[in-house]
Design a protein around this ligand. Sequence first.
Ligand SMILES: Nc1nc2c(ncn2[C@@H]2O[C@H](COP(=O)(O)OP(=O)(O)OP(=O)(O)O)[C@@H](O)[C@H]2O)c(=O)[nH]1
Ligand SMILES: [Mg+2]
Length: 701
Amino acid sequence: MREYRSEDIRNIAVVGHGASGKTTLVDALAFVSGSSKRHGSVRDGTALTDFDREETERGFSISLACAHAEWMDTKINLLDTPGYSDFQSEAIAGLSAADGALVVVSANGGVEVGTKRMFDEAIERRDPVLFVITMMDKEHTSFDGVFEDIKTQLTPRVIPVEIPIGEGPDFHGVLNLFDRKAHIFKRGTRSGEYEEVDVPAEHQAQFDKYYEQLIETIAATDDVLLERYLNGEDIARGDVLNAMKEAMKRQELFPVFCCSSDLTYGTVALLTKIVELMPTAYEMEELHAFVGSEGDHTVEIHATDDGPFAALVFKTHSEPHVGDVSFFRIFSGVLSNGQEVFNATRGLTEKMAHLAIPQGKDRVEVPMLHPGDIGCVAKLRNTHTNDTLSTRDHPVRMPGVQFPEPRVVYAVHATARGEEEKLQQGLHRLHDEDAGFQTHYNAETHETIVAGLGERHLDVVMARLKRKYGVGAELRKPQIAYRETIAAKAQGQGRHRKQSGGRGQFGDCWVKMSPASRGSGYTFVNAIVGGSIPGKFIPAVDRGIQEASARGVLAGYPMVDFQVELYDGSYHSVDSNEMSFKMAGIQAFKAVAQKCKPILLEPLDELDIMTPDLYLGDVLGDISSRRGHILGTDSLAGGKSKVRAVIPQAEMHLYATDLFSKTHGHGTFVQRFKGYEQMPADATQRVVSESRGGGQHAVGE
Ligand SMILES: Nc1nc2c(ncn2[C@@H]2O[C@H](COP(=O)(O)OP(=O)(O)OP(=O)(O)O)[C@@H](O)[C@H]2O)c(=O)[nH]1
Ligand SMILES: [Mg+2]
């Protein structure tokens, strides 16, 4: 492997809807370039970037994976990303590590919800985008149809650069507008070979139409070029390409290519255009990084060899028998094999032994890497995704990948007894290699909680847990952290007396309980006068009430937002002690709280839901069916609406999944905890009877 400097590196994220042909395309590009020895396929589980067991068995990508294609003295790093929204965090990491996006659209699927999602992401990141229409060899394809689709649904600034000759099973060539030639593919070609011929007479009119359109559109982005064009000058290929590249950087133009990755038709021209039109790693946008661990000021990072070394770990993959492999992109400075680097995020030194570049599951060892390149090393001591590697002399921290919040939440239980600890360890390891997956222990409900981007995501996590860490576990609906409170005032006595042989126990207290404002918790007021209870026993009464209130009186949930006033009592000079008064406190709480119309409070979430207007009715109906109420609906640009609503957490389970299906994947939402509010009587009744094993009890009034 030769050395590549940043001018000779392209970092391309391959993104798009699920099953649009990304993995197959990446495999074909690496194979056709000669960098990968085998033309693998997703169908038989041999594709270069789908190597994880969970991927080969399921037939779709789950993890971000990297491959490279050496072409025209350039190293193209291809970051193959999963298309399903459940694995979106991997696609975001891929975009973060790349300088440009190749948005894949399948010739028979057209623009789908995942295409739009990833195109929007690329636009937001100010990445140049190149569209590739794949699977041109399949039945029922329409290049013009897909092109129109992109134009109307994604951007009007899209422009075809390659036009297919023949479609579906008859697809056998492309009109290459830049070269003003036709490429005719040889039947049975294995690596994209074609014959370059003059534009066939029967396609001349089609060529002229698209060619005019291309030159005109490109010239319109560049004043000098436009003048030359209007003066009737013939503009050289290099000038047209340069103008297009600059316009792509400004997101003013988006070229469209077409290919069949299976047949390798169109892949050679695509490799060439990636080199010619996509920005080099040297041209990367100016980056700012925090200096040192305090991060009180920032520095600019440039992709130069002589700059201080800085790299961001954008992905961690755990491999059996190897351990964790960290994938990083170098943003500045060179990195040599065996070099010591400083993880400024965690303040520790790491040794970059067996420095390598990824080619699917293989790691190709290299002596040195230049800025802009993507590398990997195994077995770092304590480096995780989103950590910055730099040097002790110039410690910096780069802005990390902004992973989407996981929205599908479950409680998880080990199937076998005594495996809870193994379960926790496995889950934490899985989070290390999958930033879209999160886990924590909820001390209040005593449950281990897992959160993912979708049910398919958690399904994969559970399969990995079993396969990699040997823990079987099942997912359940998580418990809700209800609270109890009181709705009325009452007063009464708590008396503890025990006489058993020798010294007895005696404590006696009188308390008044009253409701307090929401969020105020618990307050204890000592109103004892005249020493009816000695001062030293009063804190014990308080403790007893606190202990008892943690289990409530209605359904076993902690009681909050109430005040207790201790106003009278009595004691025994020999038998009274702290324990007796604590017991009296417990008795007093139990007796009085029952009389105060106890009620349940439930946690509520506030949501902002974005949906196309087309599905607004369904979204609103769904909110009502979840006992939610709508705070307001605003119209957004592009035929969308934003709904603000409050929904009880108890009704939020699988909301993300339901919204996804109700809006055909177009709906999104953000959610925040709103607070606790009184639960309606019928819903309370259900919770109370569940807590008491099904029996019916009267609640409140
Ligand atoms: N006929 C034909 N089939 C293709 C072509 N490219 C991909 N396929 C098939 O389409 C299916 C999906 O292809 P993938 O490459 O896995 O698609 P992907 O975009 O990586 O899918 P995700 O990883 O799930 O997002 C597989 O069965 C491929 O074999 C092509 O050029 N021609
Ligand atoms: Mg894939």
